[in-house]
Design a protein around this ligand. Structure first.
Ligand code: CTP
Length: 420
C-alpha cells in the first residue's frame, strides 16, 4: 500500500512563508498634493490586501487633501510627513523610513514633485527620502494636461527616465479641473499590479507557460448554449503571476469580461473544441501547461443554426456528447510539459481532486470548492502533488496565484532535473 506523506497541515501564511512571494515586501508609499491623492487610499488598501507592508509618507499639500488618519487606518502604521519627526529612530526619518524597503512608490506624483526629483531637491521628508534611497523609485504622475504638456515637465520626465526612475502612466481622460486630456493618474489597481510585478521574484524567467482560463460556451442553437459560472479571474491571475515571475505566457481564454493581462499572448475561444485546437497549436513549445479553464464536459451533438422554437410538446430532448479532456490529452503527449490542473469540487475536496490528479496523470492539482471560488475575488485552494497536500490560506486570487506559481516553479525545477 502506498504511503502518502503530508508535509504540512498548516496553511501557508501570507505574512510568513518561505516560498518566494511578494508578501514579505516593504514599500514606502509617497503621497503628494494632487487631487488624485484620494486614489492613493485605494492603492494602500490594494498593497495591504496583497500582504505588502506599506509605510505612507505624505507631503503637506497631500495632507490638505486627504486626512492622514485614512492612510493610517488602511496601512496599520502611523503616517509621516515631517523631516524631524521624533517617532523615527535617531530622529532621522529621512534615512530610517526607507531603510530595508524594496521600493518607494510616489502616487500621485505632481508636476512640482517630479521637478524636485529631477533636480535632486530635498526640502521635505518625501523628497529627502527619495534622494537618500537605496531602493528603486516608481512614480505615477498626475496633473492637468497643460502642466503635463509643458516642456519643463517633459524635460523633467526625460531626466527621471535617464536616472532609472520607473514612470507609470499617466492616462488620458476626464480631469478634476473639468478638462479632458493626458495627465490623469492611472488607476490604483494598475499601479499595484505594476509595482507587484516589478517586485516579484523571477522564478520562471524565460519559461514558456501555456494557460487556459474561463468557461467554455457550447452552442445549442443560434441564441442558446451550455456554459458555467467561471469568471476567468483565477486563470487570469495565474497568467499575471506567471508573467510577473518572468514567464512567456500564452493565455487561451473562454468568454470572459476581463482585460487581457499586459504582456501575455492571448487567444480568445468559445467552445471546448476551439480551446483544444488552440492548445494543440501552442503546446509543443510549452514548458508548463496550466489548465485553469472550466471546460464543459459535454456539448450538444447537433447544435442548430436557427433558433429552436417552442412547441406544445411537454419535453424537449437534447442529445449531448462528451468533449475531449484537454488536460489529460496534454499530459499523455510523448514529451509532455509539466502539467497543472485545477479541480473544482463541490464535496470531498482532497480525495476527489487527488483522484483526478492520478487519473489525468498530472504533476500538480490545485483543488478548490467550486461554490466558494466561482465569481469571487478570493479563493482558498489546496495543492496536491506527489509529495502530499499543501493548503493555502484564503486570500485574494492574485495572491493565491503568486503562491501557486511559486510552488509550480519549485516543482518544475525538480521535475526538469529528474527528467534530465
Ligand atoms: N479539463 C480539461 N478538459 C475537459 C475537462 C476538464 O482540460 N474536458 C481540465 C480543467 O481545465 C481542469 C481539470 O481538467 O484543469 C479538472 O477539471 P474539472 O472540471 O474539475 O474535472 P473533470 O475532469 O471535468 O471532472 P468532473 O467535472 O467530473 O469533476
Amino acid at each position: 500500500m502506498a504511503v502518502r506523506l503530508v508535509y504540512t497541515l498548516a496553511p501557508y501564511s501570507l505574512q510568513n512563508n518561505d516560498v518566494a512571494d511578494i508578501a514579505h515586501k516593504k514599500i514606502v508609499l509617497g503621497v503628494t498634493g494632487g487631487i488624485a491623492a484620494y486614489k492613493a487610499a485605494e492603492l494602500t488598501r490594494e498593497f495591504a490586501r496583497n500582504g505588502i507592508e506599506v509605510q505612507v509618507v505624505m507631503t503637506e499639500a497631500a495632507r490638505a487633501l486627504v486626512a492622514p488618519a485614512t492612510f493610517q487606518a488602511l496601512s496599520g502604521r502611523p503616517v509621516f510627513s515631517d523631516l524631524w519627526d521624533a517617532r523615527a529612530d535617531d530622529g532621522m526619518a529621512h534615512i530610517e523610513l526607507s531603510r530595508g524597503k524594496d521600493a518607494i512608490v510616489v502616487a500621485p506624483a505632481t508636476g512640482d514633485f517630479l521637478a524636485k526629483l529631477a533636480n535632486g531637491l530635498a526640502d521635505d521628508l518625501l523628497s529627502t527620502l527619495c534622494l537618500a534611497r537605496e531602493c528603486p523609485l516608481i512614480v505615477a504622475p498626475a496633473m492637468n494636461r497643460q502642466m503635463w504638456d509643458n516642456p519643463a515637465t517633459r524635460r523633467n520626465l526625460e531626466q527621471l527616465r535617464r536616472d532609472g526612475v520607473a514612470i507609470l502612466g499617466p492616462a488620458s481622460g476626464d480631469q478634476a479641473c473639468g478638462e479632458v486630456g493626458m495627465g490623469r493618474m492611472i488607476e490604483a489597481r494598475e499601479i499595484a499590479e505594476a509595482v507587484i510585478g516589478s517586485l516579484a521574484p523571477k522564478l520562471l524567467r524565460g519559461t514558456r507557460v501555456l494557460i487556459t482560463a474561463g468557461p467554455t460556451f457550447e452552442p445549442i442553437d443560434a441564441v442558446r448554449g451550455i456554459t458555467n459560472r467561471s469568471s476567468g479571474k483565477m486563470g487570469y491571475a495565474i497568467a499575471r503571476a506567471a508573467l510577473d515571475a518572468g514567464a512567456r505566457v500564452t493565455l487561451i481564454s473562454g468568454p470572459v469580461s476581463l482585460a487581457a493581462p499586459a504582456g501575455a499572448e492571448v487567444t480568445r475561444v468559445e467552445t471546448a473544441a476551439q480551446m483544444f485546437e488552440a492548445v494543440k497549436r501552442n503546446v509543443a513549445h510549452a514548458g508548463i501547461y496550466i489548465g485553469v479553464a472550466a471546460v464543459a464536459d459535454y456539448r450538444a451533438d447537433r447544435p442548430r443554426r436557427d433558433k429552436i422554437k417552442k412547441t406544445d410538446r411537454s419535453q424537449l430532448e437534447l442529445q449531448l456528447v462528451p468533449n475531449p479532456d484537454i488536460l489529460a490529452w496534454v499530459a499523455a503527449r510523448p514529451r509532455p510539459p509539466f502539467c497543472v490542473g485545477f479541480a473544482a469540487e463541490s464535496h470531498n475536496l482532497n480525495a476527489n481532486a487527488d483522484q483526478k490528479r492520478r487519473r489525468k496523470k498530472v504533476q500538480l492539482m490545485v483543488a478548490n470548492l467550486a461554490q466558494e471560488a466561482i465569481g469571487s475575488d478570493d479563493n482558498e485552494v489546496t495543492l496536491l502533488d506527489d509529495q502530499g497536500t499543501h493548503r493555502l490560506a484564503r486570500a485574494p486570487k492574485t495572491a493565491v496565484a503568486r503562491q501557486v506559481i511559486a510552488h509550480i516553479a519549485k516543482l518544475y525545477g525538480a521535475w526538469r532535473r529528474k527528467a534530465g
